[in-house]
Design a protein around this ligand. Structure first.
Ligand code: BG6
Length: 483
């Protein structure tokens, strides 16, 4: 099944930071794919804005090289030259006066105006101010901002306040690219479009939930950024928190931006403060490829975690008593993101099961190999008594939909089109981001105020031993990390 194309209105999209890594890797290739899919309207303009002094032709060449390098394997590049005709460029000084009049002259009245701030957060305020001063943005314009949205509650609040001076909340699109992933949205479809799960989706029937985002990559060329962030700021405060919300939230009354975000916010606000023994931090060492966190970030004394595992409790009627175990890390043995819902075992077994009745598990695989897997007990075939065996009911979404991976739009493609369409459902609201920092701040503060070091783990392993004990002490086990 090939995805349907819902047309969007004519637009001018300005990308601040158009010569940067994100624009090259994600934004421009994503826009090109939407162009090939037929979703970019005929007179749409994509205006690159950055400090580099160059003209339209040079920017088009740069974009061509980036799209060619970062396009997916199955991408059709035959329309690339046509697409490049939609690109314009202005050299602009975010903190000065150069370039702003030129930008204003390019923006057309009567079309959707979106401004993508793909720049360091320190420039958000300057750019917002200049857009307003030059009369380039108005009450109908939209701005898109990337993570990191602050590094704690105070900086996130300050950022929200800066943006609020010039833009209303319904004009601000805060990106968490996990929300643009097809399978992450599927969490809502699975939960709220099926009757099967909802009656069991609570502490009475769910023993515990595991959320894993495991990566095989290390910190790569982002050592400096990462060493000032660590896994909690980089992954937990945003992506993992969003997954937790989508799994734990109440059904919204409608699939409407504020209805969905209100329910997510309630989950974040109901998170109990973390207990000291409920967190394990790790740092990768001694990879066969020579990778070692301390060398990769060029900081032999670093106490920043490249792995974290947490036991999270949600204080509300639905979830009181059901722990959510979260873990994420770099340089792990496989790249996999999945959510495992382990149901309680039947209260009594009528069969002679030597190890007692076993629980059903629902595994929602987010990436790669998106799909669902439900373990059920059945009778082991053959004579000789009633023996039970646990089997998976395994469903790959690609097989079920008859699509291959290339038909699934990348998160950025969807999110940019949602900005043009004016749909904020998959973007974080300011209060959501602040609530997430309010919960993570004390966890980060306790650690930064101490002297303990993260537990080393072998690059290519499943993470630190201590993380296994986090579950063992509750008589539970992590699902094995495998792709
Ligand atoms: C980013 C983090 O937000 O998400 C990275 O900054 C991480 O450190 C990445 O690698 C993971 O995203 P994905 O889409 O590859 O799972």
């Amino acid at each position: 099944m090939v995805s349907r194309i819902i047309p969007v209105d004519e637009f001018d999209l300005v990308i601040f930071g158009a010569t940067g890594d994100l624009a090259h890797r994600k934004i421009l290739p994503g826009l090109y794919r939407r162009y090939v899919a037929g979703q970019v309207p005929p007179s749409a303009q994509i205006i690159g804005a950055a400090r580099t002094k160059q003209d339209d032709a040079a920017f088009r060449l740069e974009a061509k090289a980036a799209i060619t390098e970062f396009a997916g394997k199955g991408d059709d590049l035959s329309q690339l030259d046509d697409f490049l005709n939609h690109l314009r460029y202005v050299a602009i000084d975010a903190r000065g006066t150069d370039g702003w009049d030129g930008l204003k002259a390019l923006i057309r009245p009567g079309v959707v105006h979106a401004f993508y701030f793909s720049v360091a957060p320190a420039l958000f305020g300057d750019i917002a101010q200049r857009l307003a001063d030059h009369g380039i943005a108005d009450a109908n314009s939209r701005i898109v901002v990337e993570k990191p949205f602050g590094r704690d509650l105070a900086t996130a609040r300050a950022l929200n306040a800066t943006l609020a001076q010039h833009f209303a909340e319904n004009q601000i699109y805060r990106i968490d690219h996990y929300l643009g992933k097809e399978t992450v949205q599927n969490l809502m479809a699975v939960r709220f479009a099926n009757m099967l799960f909802e009656p069991l989706w609570n502490a009475q029937y769910v023993d515990h939930v595991q959320i894993t985002v495991a990566e095989t990559v290390g910190v790569g060329g982002r050592g400096e950024y990462y060493d000032h962030s660590g896994a909690i700021r980089d992954m937990v405060q945003n992506h993992m928190m969003q997954l937790l919300c989508l799994i734990a939230m109440e059904p919204p009354y409608h699939f409407d931006p504020d209805a969905v975000r209100d329910e997510k916010l309630k989950v974040i606000r109901a998170l109990e403060p973390l207990l000291p023994g409920d967190i394990v931090r790790g740092q990768y060492r001694d990879g066969v490829d020579g990778s070692d966190y301390l060398k990769d970030v060029d900081n032999p004394d670093s106490r920043t975690e490249s792995y974290v595992a947490l036991k999270v409790r949600i204080a509300n009627w639905r979830w009181s008593g059901t722990p959510f175990y979260l873990r994420t890390g770099k340089k792990l043995r496989a790249r996999t993101s999945e959510i495992v819902v382990t149901f309680k075992a039947p209260p009594h077994s009528i069969f002679d099961e030597s190890d007692g009745p076993r629980s059903n598990q629902l595994v929602i695989k987010l990436q790669p190999n998106e799909g669902m897997d439900l373990t059920v007990m059945i009778k082991e075939p053959g004579p000789g008594g009633m023996r039970l065996v646990q089997v998976p009911l395994d469903m790959s979404f690609a097989d079920a939909l008859g699509a291959n991976g290339t038909d699934m739009p990348d998160a950025y493609e969807r999110l940019i089109m949602d900005v043009i369409r004016g749909n904020q459902t998959l973007f974080m609201r300011g209060d959501e981001v602040e609530a997430a920092w309010a919960w993570t701040d004390p966890i980060i503060g306790d650690w930064e105020g101490g002297t303990k070091r993260p537990e080393p783990y072998d690059a290519g392993s499943s993470g630190p031993e201590e993380a296994l004990r986090l579950l063992h002490r509750d008589n539970r086990r992590w699902r094995e990390i495998r792709s």
